[in-house]
Design a protein around this ligand. Structure first.
Ligand SMILES: Nc1ncnc2c1ncn2[C@@H]1O[C@H](COP(=O)(O)OP(=O)(O)OP(=O)(O)O)[C@@H](O)[C@H]1O
Ligand SMILES: NC(=O)c1ccc[n+]([C@@H]2O[C@H](COP(=O)(O)O)[C@@H](O)[C@H]2O)c1
Length: 290
């Protein structure tokens, strides 16, 4: 694996070129570098990676292990423009470096899971599944899906399965993001071709399992049709279990706080290679980066 400094320098340079280029999406690195770019399914984990956490890793790992097809591929996607939050925490090159380290953590996690479960040959192939590290200038999922499709990076236009948490599903279904009409109709192309795999995220803010399941039942019974949604979209959304009620919630915010005040917690908040980077490079050292 490259040194932290080498990763930071590589990504700083790639980002500089991407920012001034007309491209809206680019893959910077693939792990391993060889392998077909014609996947049957393309899983997309779009995040601020500020930093990547164990929650992100479990979301991606369970998607890959849950449908062990040999030609699946995972895209870790960093949006350099966010729909809501300012992106002034860790630098983008540090986040991309952490994404690459996270990709290695994920591959080790998948291999260990398969070995411990005496996995089949098709499962074993998943441990060699290729992971792409990419960037986009587009903050909204509808546009991310389109720019990935139009980029020519994946020659066979694979079905994309966007991996999100429940909080993000709610934001995708918020018409405030879709001017000028402010309806949900612009989501139609996303659901006609692609899917969402949504991990429940029980909390005071987003409710428990019951409330999160009720969202999909409401969609299926036409509750959102007045806003321009279609009830059939529910077939393209898979809701999966997140943390167990007795497990501590994991988030990037919690990991950033732990760096400053409880570094022992980093062990269960972020995977190993990411933790070593955080402790060595201190990407959140500046004031106001919580
Ligand atoms: N613990 C979790 N459970 C379910 N989904 C999660 C969890 N953590 C992150 N996600 C999902 O992963 C995607 C990327 O997450 P994001 O980068 O916003 O992480 P975050 O932990 O929510 O960040 P922050 O704490 O900085 O707001 C989002 O779709 C989010 O819903
Ligand atoms: N309607 C949408 O497509 C929509 C809404 C909110 C956030 N997002 C995106 O979701 C991703 C995760 O967002 P946060 O980092 O704010 O949790 C980001 O890429 C953000 O731009 C998309």
């Amino acid at each position: 694996m490259a040194s932290f400094r080498a990763l930071q320098t590589k990504y700083a340079s790639l980002l500089k070129q991407f920012t001034v280029s007309p491209l809206d999406f680019e893959v910077f690195t693939s792990i391993p570098t060889s392998g077909s770019r014609s996947p049957g399914v393309l899983y997309v984990l779009d995040s601020s990676f500020n930093p990547p956490t164990w929650a992100h890793l479990r979301i991606a790992g369970s998607a890959l292990l849950g449908r062990p097809e040999p030609d699946s591929r995972l895209l870790l996607l960093l949006a350099i423009q966010n729909a809501d939050k300012p992106s002034n925490l860790a630098s983008f090159e540090d986040r991309l470096a952490m994404m690459e380290l996270f990709a290695h953590d994920l591959r080790s996690y998948i291999s260990a899971k398969i070995t411990s479960q005496n996995g089949s040959t098709s499962m074993a192939r998943i441990s060699t599944c290729s992971i792409d590290i990419g960037v986009t200038k587009k903050p909204y999922f509808i546009d991310k899906a389109t720019v990935i499709e139009n980029s020519g990076v994946y020659s066979n236009l694979p079905e994309q399965v966007h991996l999100t948490g429940y909080d993000t599903l709610i934001r995708i279904f918020n018409a405030k993001y879709y001017p000028p009409e402010y309806t949900l109709a612009p989501l139609a192309p996303l659901f006609s071709k692609h899917r969402l795999r949504v991990t429940m995220r029980p909390s005071d803010q987003w409710g428990g399992r019951e409330e999160q399941e009720a969202f999909l039942r409401g969609l299926a019974s036409g509750d959102r049709e007045q806003e321009g949604a279609q009830r059939e979209w529910v077939e393209r959304i898979q809701l999966v279990e997140g943390r167990k009620p007795d497990q501590e919630p994991v988030s990037s915010t919690r990991a950033r706080k732990a760096i400053k005040s409880a570094s022992q917690d980093l062990e269960w908040l972020v995977p190993d290679n990411v933790r070593h980077f955080l402790l060595s490079e201190s990407p959140y050292a500046s004031e106001g980066s919580l």
